[in-house]
Design a binder for this molecule. Structure first.
Ligand SMILES: Nc1ncnc2c1ncn2[C@@H]1O[C@H](COP(=O)(O)OP(=O)(O)OP(=O)(O)O)[C@@H](O)[C@H]1O
Ligand SMILES: [Mg+2]
Length: 226
């Protein structure tokens, strides 16, 4: 039996723009093994976010297939996609998307509450996840008062709350200085190792990519091993 968590075959993505069709991804083939940490690097506009959104069920491919644990994402209805996104996929967005009116603890607890867990249980899980990312001293703070690195660590805590099978991280160190970026990168890899989670990071940061076990590069919409 294959240990692939993700299997992408011939994935393409096109957007229709005013100047015609934009081919963003072409014939992408990618296998991500369970427990591995994989980086996809590429210049700005090379399609990294588009690829990650397709893998995270936030968008559909124009062609080809994406299997997650052997299940073709195209075959899932909206309810099953939402459940999968909530329970099996932890997404760290390019711009962290924390909710400004809530505390750090409440933000991190959100996937638990959405999954229908009791508020107290969700907050207890969030408490644990914030300890895991070294933010125990910032739990009751409003997220707007956190530094950039702290916000990114809160976003990581939220992504791992439900102990998902995979964590998909979109430029997780994009807004950070070199030192905070390195710490966040190392944190992601160590959490993946400790929890047995599969990690896919898309980034233009070659140092961050260097921390992963496997690297691929997007160029002109095509994926190359590197
Ligand atoms: N909804 C959309 N409609 C039309 N074009 C889009 C859409 N989303 C993305 N694109 C185009 O697809 C290309 C790839 O975008 P994408 O956001 O995937 O790049 P990226 O590699 O993540 O870039 P960055 O490093 O700047 O975040 C870009 O040229 C972008 O303009
Ligand atoms: Mg992007």
């Amino acid at each position: 039996m294959s240990s692939a968590v993700y299997s992408l075959q011939g994935v393409s993505k096109e957007f229709e723009g005013p100047a015609g069709t934009v081919h963003v991804l072409r014939n992408i083939n990618l296998t991500v093994d369970a427990g591995s940490c994989v980086a996809v690097v590429g210049a700005s506009g090379s399609g990294k976010t588009s690829l990650l959104h397709i893998m995270g069920t936030l968008d559909n491919a124009s062609g080809g297939s994406v299997l997650l644990d052997g299940v073709d994402l195209e075959t899932l209805d909206n309810t099953r996609r939402a459940r999968l996104r909530n329970r099996d996929i932890g997404f760290i967005f390019q711009f962290h998307h924390l909710l400004p009116e809530f505390s750090t603890l409440e933000n991190v607890a959100m996937p638990g509450i959405i999954a229908g867990r009791a508020r107290s249980e969700s907050l207890a899980l969030a408490d644990e996840a914030l300890n895991d990312v070294g933010l125990e001293h910032r739990k009751s703070h409003k997220v707007t008062t956190l530094s950039g690195g702290e916000r990114q660590r809160a976003a990581i805590a939220r992504a791992i709350l439900m102990r998902p099978k995979v964590v998909l991280a979109d430029e997780p160190t994009g807004s950070l200085d070199e030192e905070s970026g390195r710490m966040v990168g190392e944190l992601l890899v160590s959490l993946a190792r400790n929890h047995g989670t599969t990690l896919v990071v898309v980034t233009h940061n070659r140092d961050l990519a260097g921390l992963m076990h496997q690297r691929h590069e997007l160029r002109s919409g095509e994926l190359y091993a590197c």
